[in-house]
Design a protein around this ligand. Structure first.
Ligand code: SAH
Ligand code: SF4
Length: 411
């Protein structure tokens, strides 16, 4: 979703860089502790000649009390604190813009480098349901994306770079901190209940940094999130799905979007490398890996509804066949248009008919809620303030112009 498009419905505080965590400029590059997992922090303290348990203490200060000043870490000796101030820092990415909506939705734009293209967005969506109240944070893993799915504006920007673990976990840190800024340190709590890796980028193509960040999310010394409440979404990088199954237990969502290879090759080009059969069997292996306690009883299938493209009755039938041996829940996502997008959103009736076919066959099939200007669909499509300056974007514009020219000459 374009930030511009939601601007009118959100209350911006107009402040620039307000939540940036400032450390004095220092010619010596300090180590940023924000993105370190417990294992990495333990090693860090051991290398300093300190006890390993310092790692847990510092993690709690950072991720549970949102403290960035070592002087406030009262259970650490003055001598060690002095040492830490000299060599390290706790630094989240710079916030260049934030919007806090009256309906509770919050958005941040972070600057993660020089130039207009180095911005990423994070969105927090609150929801109330019968299980209680949730705050779901949609986190980015890369600046842009190399995979070029035809319906995704992030793909149209091309790939700029991977985010570091500090830049990834920093999004969660900042979202939690935003509720606790004015609360005394001892009373601070974590507010975000769920994380979905559905912002900019393909998380499995920034594997190590994403894994490290998700470990911090699950760690009881940090966010202590339930493994069912951390979801990684992928367009289908098959070998990395297998690696993920070995390394961590989190929920998996697959951006499927098409029920046959021909159509999926067009919509999700990575399908040419890892076709549907390989993808579905990788999902089956992912679920099979663990017992009942796992976050992996099913995968979530994401399916964007594109008018006249993948939303016909035969597509629903093909989907039923494709998923018949894969425990899955299906989430239909009304397409969120962006400037020059070559698709339209399926009609409400079409989406409901598609859903009915799947639910009648026994699948749990939901339709992603759209609120206001479709805040939810902000995940995965960050146009607007994020500059679109790559060569791919230029080629894309050219293609659209040519297509419009043909239509004009026919008309
Ligand atoms: N790269 C990962 C995660 C980021 S995309 C992936 O593809 O899964 C997050 C979700 O937003 C994906 O399901 C993606 O297909 C969806 N998405 C992207 N562009 C969209 C659009 N214009 N409308 C609706 N959903 C979109
Ligand atoms: Fe990348 Fe996901 Fe967008 Fe595809 S849908 S271009 S994988 S961010």
């Amino acid at each position: 979703m374009a930030l511009e498009a939601v601007g009118s419905s959100l209350v911006s505080d107009g402040q620039q860089n307000t939540a940036t965590l400032h450390q004095p400029a220092n010619p010596v590059q300090k180590v940023n502790l924000l993105g370190m997992s417990r294992a990495e922090l333990e090693k860090f303290f051991e290398d300093l000649g300190e006890k390993k348990f310092r790692a847990g203490q510092v993690m709690k200060w950072i991720h549970q009390y949102f403290v960035t000043d070592f002087a406030e870490m009262t259970n650490i000796s003055g001598k060690l604190r002095d040492k830490l101030v000299q060599i390290c820092e706790i630094k989240a990415p710079e916030v260049v813009h934030r919007n806090y909506s009256k309906d509770g939705t919050r958005k941040w734009v972070f600057r993660v480098g020089e130039g207009k293209g180095s911005l990423v967005e994070t969105v927090l969506i609150p929801a109330e349901d019968k299980t209680g109240s949730r705050k779901t944070l949609c986190i980015s893993s890369q600046v842009g994306c190399a995979l070029d799915c035809s319906f995704c504006s992030t793909g149209k920007q091309g790939f700029q770079r991977d985010l570091t673990p500090a830049e990834i976990i920093g999004q969660l840190w900042m979202a939690n901190f935003s509720y606790m800024e004015d609360v005394p340190v001892a009373e601070r709590e974590r507010s975000v209940t769920n994380v979905v890796m559905m912002g900019m980028g393909e998380p499995l193509l920034n594997y190590d940094a994403v894994l490290s960040s998700m470990r911090i999310m699950l760690d009881d010394f940090a966010y202590g999130m339930s493994k069912r409440r951390v979801t990684l979404s992928t367009s289908g990088v098959v070998p990395k799905i297998d690696q993920l199954a070995q390394d961590i237990d989190v929920a998996l969502a697959i951006s499927l979007h098409a029920p046959n290879d021909e159509l999926r090759n067009e919509l999700v080009p990575i399908n040419k490398k890892y076709p549907l059969e390989q993808l579905i069997t990788a999902c089956q292996r992912y679920i099979a890996k663990d017992g009942n306690e796992s976050a992996r009883k099913h995968v979530t299938i994401e399916y964007v509804m594109l008018d006249g493209v993948n939303d016909q009755p035969e597509h629903a039938q093909q989907l039923l066949k494709l998923l018949k041996n894969l425990p899955s829940k299906i989430n239909l996502i009304p397409f969120n248009p962006f400037p020059h997008a070559p698709y339209g959103r399926s009609s409400r009736n079409r989406i409901i008919a598609f859903q009915k076919t799947l639910s009648d066959a026994g699948f749990v099939c939901t339709i992603r809620q759209t609120r206001g200007d479709d805040i939810d669909a902000a995940c995965g499509q960050l146009v607007g303030q994020v500059a679109d300056r790559t060569r791919r974007a230029a080629q894309w514009q050219k293609k659209i112009a040519e297509k419009n020219e043909i239509i004009r000459s026919k008309g």
